[in-house]
Ligand binder design. Sequence first.
Ligand SMILES: Cc1cc2nc3c(=O)[nH]c(=O)nc-3n(C[C@H](O)[C@H](O)[C@H](O)COP(=O)(O)O)c2cc1C
Length: 295
Amino acid sequence: MKLKSGWLGAILVAVGLFTMLVVIGCASEAAAQERKVSVLRSELPAVIKKAIEEAFPKGQIIRIEKEVEGEDPGQYDVDIRLGAKEYEVEISPEGNVIEIKEMTAARGDLGSEQGKKWTDSFGQVDVLIAYDSLTGNTERMAQAVAEGVKGVPGAVAAVKRVSKVTREDLEAADAIVLGCPAYYANIPGRMKTVIDDWSWRMKVDFTDKVGGAFATGGGQMGGKEHVVISLLLFMINNRMVVAGPLYQDEEGQDIWAEAGAGAMTGPIDPGVGPKELDSASRLGERVARLAVKLE
Ligand SMILES: Cc1cc2nc3c(=O)[nH]c(=O)nc-3n(C[C@H](O)[C@H](O)[C@H](O)COP(=O)(O)O)c2cc1C
């Protein structure tokens, strides 16, 4: 009898442990699976906009995220400022407000974590990264620019092919970063036609938007810098203010800037490497930081 109860106890402990492991495993799997993307104000569906306007008629949107994978796919998490307070609002894809949370503590945490101060004029800035790419090199650089933007509190990045960019995207953007491959040491004709039309046909007002540029090219001296300068000149001609990535030496003494970010992708140094992605990320960070300052 003593033996039997000993066995029974051991079995119960084993079952308990197994159940715990399964529960922990499921929970961590669910948490790991959650993925959100940043969304521009111009990309908000009408039902979501309406829900925000009804809940906070005088609120200012400072950040928008959409859950793409996880427990509530399609759900929007919107941070809103109203007076001195900030709120996180969860909205279902159908436009129903699920939860409103005041987030004073979270704001404090973010401020100290990122070494930046939140102020009342610290709203969301939208940074649009528009690129042209046939074989994926420039697209990788565009994603790295977005990573740099995301490191700046208050800045939201959207990455789009130039051919997909709408007038609304351009008008809503506080900053625009353009990137493309070098084609015969120049901006590819198909991209030049598109961006010329933004100004010439769409009549987008680019005045005082912050700009930056990046390029990839197969060769070492294949014209990447010329492409970056051409893109920056397009921006300056359209009344934008432009900037390149910042660098600092290891001691933090010497600091310098470059005209833009670039990657050599041809046989001498194939593909896009970590240092080139770092240049793109620095570009995104610099442009976003300036846009936040100007906001
Ligand atoms: C039509 C054409 C012209 C090109 N001209 C140049 C050039 O002048 N200089 C250069 O460095 N690379 C040149 N390249 C190589 C591309 O710039 C390079 O492969 C680039 O990384 C491609 O970017 P993607 O992968 O985003 O399309 C050219 C490629 C093509 C297809």
